[in-house]
Ligand binder design. Sequence first.
Ligand code: GDP
Length: 304
Amino acid sequence: EEKYDRGLAKSRTGFGARLNRFLANFRHVDEDFFDDLEDMLIESDVGYDMAMKLSDSLREEVKLENAKSKQDVSNVIIEKMVDIYEAAGKDEHPDLQMAKEGPTVIMFVGVNGAGKTTTIGKMAARFKRQGKRVLLAAADTFRAGATDQLEVWAQRDGVDIVTGPENGDPAAVVFDAVQKAKKDDYDVLFVDTAGRLQNKVNLMNELAKMKRILTREIPDAPHEVLLVLDATTGQNALNQAKLFKQSTDVTGIVLTKLDGTARGGIVLAIRNELHLPVKYVGLGEKVDDLEKFNASDFVYGLFK
Ligand code: GDP
């Protein structure tokens, strides 16, 4: 909660304050009101579809005379955001899927700079704190420094890591890591992958190959494929997500850098347009700045 508090400061002064400002001018609900509301929501990155859904359900509540005052209108908007978010994901697993026995394998995908390495470092620390044995696989062999950066996290977290030569075959790193995870009884294996979108076809083939290797070694692996998205890139993040979703079986989203955007509405857009659950959010650069996502904490946090 405290974490959300700090991490959402910008979104609160952006998105939250925008809504509060908007409602400060509230006189009565008419067509202009709905037009302005839709514009305001779209500017906050909730996405067109979500803006329309919110405005439609508010219309409905107004018709039923459940929303008359400024406070009612504000409450309806907030409640509907949570409802729409949660309804879209009622068949999903908000928590990470863990292996029934043997190592749980989590692949991290996403474009360079999104925050994959940092997220792995943060998550490894979390699992370690819970007493789990964590192994990292540095399978981004192409980006200069990616392996070094993950090694720094491994050291800091006190967890083990499997690396390969620069520009080497990333699938070989994955193979070595999954072998080691099985042989040495690790609880979780985190796989860092490349994110060079300049060569989409190669990248997607490479990710597919890694997945095949994992599944061959552990039949229900990978247990999660988490797509890491940078919240500050707004609609761009959404487009990247569509691309990854088409070619990889993404199971959930980690939305990073929420602390760096004033438009936290992107969370709702991702949920609504991609039909993927946001499982974790990044709220800063430090090891503790990763929180499990909870829709109502998040939305209420915005409007505090
Ligand atoms: P990768 O290329 O996807 O592995 O991205 P990195 O993990 O190297 O992250 C890129 C930059 O974003 C680094 O400077 C990180 O410190 C920073 N970063 C990652 N997650 C967050 C976050 O949640 N908040 C903030 N403010 N910065 C972050």
